[in-house]
Design a protein around this ligand. Structure first.
Ligand SMILES: Cc1cc2nc3c(=O)[nH]c(=O)nc-3n(C[C@H](O)[C@H](O)[C@H](O)COP(=O)(O)OP(=O)(O)OC[C@H]3O[C@@H](n4cnc5c(N)ncnc54)[C@H](O)[C@@H]3O)c2cc1C
Length: 419
């Protein structure tokens, strides 16, 4: 508390975590100012969920934790304090009607991310938060391991009792998330785990790339996806996948990417099971039926019941079977090879897309240097972190915004209680 008045709290960053922290702290009676470097708050939020904003996942705390990929244990306190159902109640309380879609993904009924941003702004303003836009923080002011204020881009110092860093990661930098929080963390003596792209499309090379380009725009639903490191299975998923001009994308690929470490070693591949509902024998029987049905047709004209048309030439090339072979001349061995191919349609991974295109930054402020019950720095008193700037990340499905809301809620609460 400064001069015996209400505690003054500065929040750096007006994204999901920052606005949640700001409104929470102001509701508890603090004098709160948000510094946002953009003209408007919530720029990244506006593009979430393809403009529809998947705000959370309608799941239990345990399922949430299972979906946190890096440092899930760090999230125990934050999620038990403010869980996915609290997020839903919170937004419904702000008159945002919600709906739950496939995979328990929660969206506003309006399908408009801007409605979510407006609701968060309303929450902040209603609680008395001052939002300064076009206001970039350049540096922290730290004395005797205690933060006492911030310096803005114009060089003006703003003093306060607590600073909450909610600057996000460093993906999609045009939204304002340019990694400034890492600089502030280092200034306070924190370790920053190297930021890397996560939830990112994957690139292929050589003949795999040629195949992806040929199938560009083809989206597969209900396929099985395995990420392999050498022959070792690292991650399995089921759902959608998209072929692109650079390689592969889509929800199952983004989630797989969260498990790739050091992509440049080129040890990873993606194996697609095109018919996961059928085991090898059942699929073989199905293929045999098709070959019998089209016994007088050429192999290349027999696959339309089984595969999307843009995939047919690629599969034929990979099968090694002459496309002009009549179906009734295909040998059992050739058929087995073909069925194996459908169960293990393989693409070598040579790179990820650049971090600018990542949905999430993996890495950030080291969790062991933060108190998980308050989000306060263990190294610098009065300094808090929330949201993507921390080394915590999750799969797609609304879990990353839930991380922002849960950690923002906790940081906003404890910045007031401790001041
Ligand atoms: C394309 C895309 C789609 C996504 N879709 C989803 C989804 O549907 N569901 C989901 O759960 N997650 C989604 N995510 C992830 C989610 O958007 C982030 O996890 C979340 O926004 C992180 O919130 P945050 O508040 O920590 O950071 P941000 O939302 O990035 O906010 C940080 C804010 O800090 C400001 N800032 C930075 N530095 C400074 C500074 N020095 N001074 C002042 N202000 C500063 C920035 O301008 C920005 O406004 C998506 C991400 C992307 C890129």
């Amino acid at each position: 508390m400064i001069n015996g008045n209400m505690s003054r709290i500065i929040i750096v960053g007006g994204g999901a975590a920052g606005l949640m922290a700001a409104g929470t702290a102001a509701e508890l009676g603090a004098d709160v100012t948000v510094f946002e470097k953009n003209k408007r708050v919530g720029r990244k939020l506006c593009i979430t969920g393809k403009g529809r904003c998947n705000i959370t996942n309608n799941c239990t705390q345990n399922v949430f934790i299972e979906n946190v990929n890096t440092n899930p244990r760090f999230m125990y306190s934050a999620i038990s304090n403010f869980d996915c159902s609290d997020t839903m109640d919170f937004f419904e309380g702000l008159e945002v009607s919600l709906k739950t879609e496939r995979g328990n993904r929660v969206f506003p009924v309006s399908d408009k991310a801007t409605e979510v941003v407006s609701a968060l702004e309303r929450f902040a303003y209603k609680s008395g938060v001052k939002i300064l836009s076009d206001a970039s923080v350049r540096k922290l002011v730290i004395k005797d391991n205690t933060v006492t204020g911030v310096i803005d881009n114009g060089g003006t110092m703003h003093s306060c009792d607590a600073v909450i860093i909610a600057t996000g990661g460093c993906s999609y930098p045009l939204t304002g998330s340019t990694g400034d929080g890492y600089k502030f963390a280092r200034q306070a003596g924190h370790t920053v785990v190297t930021p890397e792209p996560s939830l990112i499309p994957l690139c292929c090379d050589g003949s795999d790339l040629v195949d992806c380009k040929e199938m560009q725009g083809l989206s597969l639903r209900n396929v099985g996806v395995k990420l392999l490191k050498g022959n070792k299975e690292v991650y399995t998923d089921f759902g959608e996948l998209l072929f692109t001009h650079f390689g592969i994308s889509g929800p199952t690929i983004l989630s797989s990417s969260a498990h790739i470490i050091d992509v440049m070693r080129k040890e990873y591949s993606i194996s697609i099971d095109l018919k996961p509902a059928l085991d090898f024998d059942k699929l073989d029987a199905r293929v045999l039926r098709d070959f019998e049905k089209y016994k007088n047709r050429e192999f290349s004209n027999s696959l339309s019941d089984l595969l999307p048309s843009s995939m047919v030439p690629v599969v034929i090339r990979r099968s090694g079977i002459d496309p002009t072979t009549r179906c009734n001349s295909i040998t059992k061995e050739q058929r087995y090879t073909f069925v194996k191919l459908l169960k293990d349609f393989r693409f070598g991974i040579t790179d990820t897309r650049p971090i600018d295109e990542a949905i999430i930054t993996r890495g950030g402020v080291k969790t062991s240097e933060l108190d998980p019950a308050t989000m306060q720095s263990k190294l610098c008193s009065g300094l808090y972190f929330c949201g993507e700037v921390i080394d915590v990340d999750a799969y797609t499905g609304g879990f990353n915004l839930q991380i922002a809301f849960s950690t923002g809620r906790l940081a906003g609460t404890w910045a007031v209680y401790n001041s």
